[in-house]
Write a protein that binds this ligand. Structure first.
Ligand code: MIC
Ligand code: SF4
Length: 766
C-alpha cells in the first residue's frame, strides 16, 4: 500500500510541477503588483501578491489593515497539532486535501535514554495516535513522515520549501522555511482545514520590517545571535502583524540553514513570518539536498525571488520599520531566563547573572530543536566538543543532542560529527522535538530545585523543558551551548576566559569552525517518508469510543443571537500568559487528540491576579477555590458562561488551537485582554469565541474577583464597532467599559455559526 519514496526523492523534488506553476505566474503578478502599488516591491510583497486567492492581482492592499484571501502552495502539520486539524478536516466532507500536505511525527517522542530506546518506546506508547495519523494521511492524500524521520521544520526545509513559495503550517515555527526564501506562516489547525478544503486562507496584509545586515559573522558569533539580538530589540510582541525581511551583504554571506534559524525564532517576536530574498546560499542548499530542478527553476525567475534593487538601496522608503545590524561587531548573546527576548551579551553575563541571582552553575547543554539542528550547527558545535576532548577538559554539564532530521543525523554520523559528542558522553536523542517541548524525562526535575540549563532551542518559558518552574532556561547558539556546557558556567565567556583541564593546565577554546554543507553531500538510508495511496477512499480511519487519546469532535453550538448576560469571571490572568500557560505541553501532549481530556489542563499555568497562584481560582457560586478546569466545569454544569481576562500578548507562543478549543469546549465565551498574539487571536475566532481587547488598558485594573459581565450590545456585533461591557461587582456597583475587536464580516459569521468549521460544513451541504 505504502512505498518508501526516498529513491524518487533523490532524483526529483517533491511537487516540482506545482513549484513550476508558481514560477510561471510570477512575471505577470509581480509586474501587476508593481503597477498597482506604484512602487518597487519587497521580496515579501512579491510573494504575497503572487499568492492571491483567485490568482488575480487587481488592487493594492493596505498593510496592517486589509484582510486578504490567499492561496498557499502547501501545508505542513506536526503530530501534536495534526490530530485536531485532521479531526476537523474529517468533518469537512472532502475526499482529498486540495494542496500538497504533509504530517510529521516529532512532538510525541520522549527524550530519556537515547534515540533507539526512546523511539521504540514512543512507537508503542503513541501507537494509536501514529496509526490514526498514518491512516488519515493515507486516506486524504497526505504525505506522512514517520516518528524518527525528523522535526517538521527541518524536514520541510530539506524537502519542500522553495524560494518564492507560500505555505502554512500548524506550528508557529513553520516560519523556519523563510531561510529558503519562502513566506511560511504558522496557523491553527482550523486555518489549515480551510486550505485543505480548497478554500481561501485569510490574513491581514502584514506590515513590513526590514532588517539590514552588513558585514560578516566572525569568531564566536553565529546566525542565532542575529535573532537573539533582534528579539532583544523588538521584544516578544514587537513583530506582531509584520513580516521581517532580512537583506544586505551580511544576509548573503550567511548559510541557508543559518537564515532558517533566524526566521525560525522570528516566531518569538510575534512576527507573522520572516524571510530572505533568494541568493547563492539557497541555491547551494537546494543542490546539496538533491533539488537541482528547483534551483534551476528558481534561477530562471531569480529577479522575482528577491526585492527590487531600489528597495534594498533605500529601505526606509519601503518598510514600516528598519533595523540595521553590523555582523562584524555583533557579539554572541544568551537570552533568558523564562522569556526569549531578554538578551544579554556573553561578555556581560557575569555581571547580569549575579545581579539577577540566576544560578551560575549550568547542569545541561541541549543542542538541536527545529531552530538549530542543521549540519552546520552540528559541525560547529562538534568543533567545540572536539577541542574539549583534545584539550583534556572534563565536561561540567550534561550534553543532549536532538538532530533535526534523519538525513542530518545520518550524514553527521557518516562524517564523524557525532564522535566528539559521544566522547563527552552526550545523549543523542531521537530526531524529534524532545526536551524542547517538555518531552524530557529529566531525572530529578520533580524536586523543583533552582537550576540553570542552556539550549539552542527558541523558547524558554517557565516549566517548558522539564516541568520545573525553577529551571532557568537560557537560549544560545549551538556553539555557545557547547562551550557553556563544557565549562558548566553560565557566565563563561569563551572569548576572554580560560578553563583548567585534567592536567591542571589553563586552556582556551578556539572559535568554532564547521562546513555549511556536507562536502560529500547529504545521505540517508531510510528517510521515514510514506507516500499516500492515489485513491484513499477505501482506507478506514478508526477512532475508538473508549480511547483516552482520540475523540471525534462534536460541533460547538451556534450563537443564540442574544446579548451575553450574567457571564462570570473565570480567571483574571496576571502577566505573561502564553499558550504554554493556557494549554501546557509536556505530559499533556498525549491528549492532543482528545478534547475532553486535554481540557483538564485549561489555563492551569495562568497566574490568578487575585492570589498570584496558578490553577487556584474562586468559584463564585460556592465561594470556594479550586483548579481552573474544575471550577469551569462547575459553571458549565450550572449553565453559566464565563469570561477570561488577560494581560498583553495573550496567547503568545504556540499555534496550538487547543488553547482556544479547550475554553470553548468548557463553556468560556469571551476572552478579554490588553492585547493578543496573532495566531491565538485567530484561533479564538475560528472556534467561535469572542476575543476582544480593552479599549482603555487600565480597565484591566477594574476587574474584580467576583465580577459578572453583561455584553449589552453584542446583538449589534459588527466590523469596527466597539462592544460595551457592563462589569458588575459583588457590591452591586458597575463599571461600563468599551472593548475593541478585529472581526470582519466573515469572522462574525464564524461566531454566529459557533465555529468556522460549522460554516464550512453548512456551505458544503448547501
Ligand atoms: C511549540 O514549539 O510550542 C510547539 C509545540 O511546536 C507548538 C505547536 C504545538 O503546541 O503543538 C508551536 O510552536 O506552534
Ligand atoms: Fe518542536 Fe521545539 Fe521546534 Fe516546537 S520549537 S517544533 S517543540 S523543536
Amino acid at each position: 500500500m505504502y512505498f518508501y519514496a526516498n529513491l524518487i526523492h533523490s532524483t526529483m523534488a517533491f511537487d516540482i510541477e506545482m513549484i513550476k506553476q508558481v514560477y510561471a505566474r510570477l512575471d505577470t503578478s509581480v509586474s501587476n503588483a508593481r503597477q498597482l502599488t506604484g512602487k518597487p516591491l519587497t521580496a515579501s510583497e512579491k510573494i504575497l501578491y503572487s499568492h492571491l486567492w483567485g490568482g488575480k492581482t487587481d488592487r493594492p492592499y493596505t498593510r496592517g489593515t486589509d484582510y486578504v484571501d490567499f492561496a498557499p502552495d502547501r501545508i505542513a502539520c506536526q503530530d501534536a497539532t495534526a490530530q485536531m486539524a485532521l479531526l476537523q478536516f474529517m468533518q469537512a466532507g472532502k475526499a482529498k486535501v486540495a494542496v500538497p500536505t504533509t504530517v510529521h511525527c516529532d512532538h510525541l517522542i520522549q527524550a530519556k535514554s537515547g534515540a533507539t530506546v526512546d523511539l521504540k518506546s514512543a512507537n508503542s506508547t503513541s501507537a494509536e495516535v501514529f496509526d490514526f495519523l498514518e491512516s488519515v494521511s493515507n486516506k486524504y492524500g497526505i504525505g506522512f513522515w514517520k516518528p524518527g524521520a525528523g522535526i517538521i521544520h527541518q524536514v520541510v526545509l530539506e524537502n519542500y520549501a522553495f524560494p518564492g513559495g507560500m505555505m502554512i503550517g500548524t506550528d508557529s515555527h513553520t516560519v523556519n522555511a523563510g531561510g529558503l526564501g519562502m513566506l511560511a506562516i504558522g496557523v491553527g489547525g482550523a486555518d489549515a482545514v480551510d486550505v485543505m478544503a480548497d478554500m481561501p486562507w485569510e490574513l491581514k496584509f502584514p506590515k513590513l520590517i526590514g532588517v539590514k545586515l552588513t558585514g560578516k559573522l566572525n569568531g564566536w558569533t553565529a546566525p542565532k545571535d542575529v535573532i537573539l539580538k533582534v528579539a532583544g530589540i523588538l521584544t516578544v510582541k514587537g513583530g506582531t502583524g509584520a513580516i521581517i525581511e532580512y537583506f544586505g551583504d551580511g544576509a548573503e554571506s550567511m548559510s541557508c540553514t543559518g537564515k532558517g534559524t533566524i526566521c525560525n525564532m522570528g516566531a518569538e517576536v510575534g512576527a507573522t513570518t520572516s524571510t530572505f530574498g533568494y541568493d547563492d546560499s539557497m541555491e547551494r542548499y537546494l543542490r546539496s539536498t538533491d533539488r537541482d530542478d528547483v534551483a534551476d527553476a528558481a534561477n530562471a525567475v531569480r529577479e522575482h525571488l528577491t526585492a527590487d534593487p531600489e528597495v534594498y538601496a533605500n529601505p526606509e522608503l519601503y518598510f514600516d520599520q528598519v533595523i540595521e545590524l553590523d555582523l562584524n561587531t555583533l557579539r554572541p548573546h544568551i537570552n533568558g531566563p523564562f522569556t526569549p527576548d531578554l538578551a544579554t551579551p556573553v561578555s556581560e553575563m557575569s555581571k547580569v547573572a549575579k545581579a539577577s541571582d540566576w544560578p551560575l552553575q549550568v547542569e545541561w547543554g541541549l543542542i538541536g530543536s527545529c531552530t538549530n539542528s542543521s549540519y552546520e550547527d552540528l559541525a560547529r558545535a562538534a568543533s567545540i566538543a572536539k577541542q574539549a576532548v583534545e584539550k583534556k577538559l572534563v565536561t561540567k554539564a550534561e550534553f543532549g543532542i536532538n538532530p533535526g532530521s534523519e538525513q542530518v543525523r545520518y550524514t553527521a554520523e557518516r562524517d564523524g560529527l557525532l564522535v566528539p559528542f559521544n566522547e563527552l558522553n552526550a545523549k543523542i536523542f531521537t530526531n524529534a522535538c524532545g526536551p524542547c517541548i517538555g518531552q524530557w524525562a529529566r531525572e530529578g526535575a520533580d524536586k523543583e530545585e533552582k537550576n540553570s540549563i542552556i539550549h539552542s532551542f527558541n523558547r524558554n518559558f517557565s516549566k517548558r523543558a522539564d516541568g520545573n518552574p525553577n529551571t532557568h532556561a537560557f537560549v544560545a547558539s549551538p556553539e555557545m551551548v557547547a562551550a557553556v556546557a563544557i565549562s558548566g558556567r553560565l557566565d563563561f565567556d569563551p572569548v576572554n576566559d580560560t578553563l583548567i583541564n585534567q592536567d591542571g593546565e589553563e586552556v582556551k577554546l578556539d572559535p568554532p569552525t564547521g562546513m555549511e554543507l556536507p562536502p560529500l553531500g547529504f545521505d540517508v538510508k531510510e528517510n521515514g517518508y510514506l507516500a499516500p495511496q492515489e485513491d484513499g477512499s477505501t482506507v478506514n480511519v478508526a477512532v475508538s469510543e473508549t480511547s483516552e487519546r482520540l475523540q471525534l469532535l462534536t460541533p460547538f453550538a451556534p450563537w443564540d443571537n442574544q446579548n451575553l448576560m450574567g457571564a462570570k469571571l473565570l480567571i483574571k490572568a496576571l502577566g505573561k500568559c502564553t499558550t504554554d500557560h493556557i494549554s501546557m505541553a509536556g505530559p499533556w501532549l498525549r491528549f492532543r487528540g482528545h478534547l475532553d481530556n486535554i481540557s483538564n489542563n485549561c489555563l492551569i499555568g495562568a497566574v490568578n491576579a487575585f492570589n498570584e497562584k496558578t490553577n487556584f481560582v474562586k468559584n463564585q457560586l460556592t465561594g470556594s477555590y479550586g483548579g481552573v478546569p474544575d471550577v469551569q466545569r462547575q459553571y458549565k454544569a450550572a449553565g453559566l458562561e464565563t469570561v477570561v481576562v488577560g494581560d498583553h500578548n495573550y496567547g503568545e507562543g504556540s499555534s496550538r488551537e487547543h488553547a482556544a478549543m479547550e475554553p470553548r469546549f468548557l463553556g468560556v465565551k469571551v476572552v478579554l485582554v490588553k492585547s493578543f498574539a496573532r495566531i491565538h487571536e485567530t484561533n479564538l475566532k475560528k472556534q467561535g469565541m469572542l476575543g476582544i481587547t480593552f479599549n482603555t488598558e487600565s480597565d484591566y485594573n477594574l476587574i474584580q474577583e467576583d465580577d459578572t459581565f453583561n455584553f449589552i450590545d453584542l446583538k449589534d456585533f459588527a466590523p469596527g464597532k466597539q462592544i460595551t461591557v457592563e462589569v458588575v461587582h459583588a457590591d452591586g456597583s458597575k463599571d461600563i467599559i468599551l472593548a475593541n475587536h478585529t472581526y470582519n464580516e466573515q469572522q462574525i459569521e464564524w461566531f454566529k455559526e459557533g465555529s468556522a468549521l460549522n460554516l464550512i460544513k453548512k456551505q458544503n451541504v448547501a
